[in-house]
Design a protein. Structure first.
Length: 92
């Protein structure tokens, strides 16, 4: 069982490049991810290690439309709490 922990996000390093990928592939609005995650003291995630992709953090958020998103991020700057969005998808 994976343990959830508090995570702090000050910003994302790859917003422009991931915006098109998630928008065209999954219909996900990156601005909504930002709205629910940046400077959110309630945000909790769990570590996920994948042999191909390495250590990443996974969390779920509920969008304004009531859908649940599973978001996978990777820490790129621990001092400034900057993350990279690896992928995201809607859960059924």
């Amino acid at each position: 069982m994976a343990l959830y922990r508090s995570i702090w996000i000050s910003g994302f390093s790859n917003i422009d490049e991931i915006r098109q990928k998630l928008g065209s592939k999954y219909g996900i609005d990156v601005e909504e991810i930002k709205r629910f995650t940046i400077a959110n003291p309630e945000l909790r995630g769990r570590d996920d290690f994948n042999a191909k992709h390495g250590l990443r953090t996974v969390f779920k958020i509920e969008t304004t439309s009531g859908k649940t998103l599973l978001v996978v991020i990777q820490l790129v700057d621990s001092q400034n709490h900057i993350w990279k969005i690896r992928t995201a998808r809607y859960l059924k």
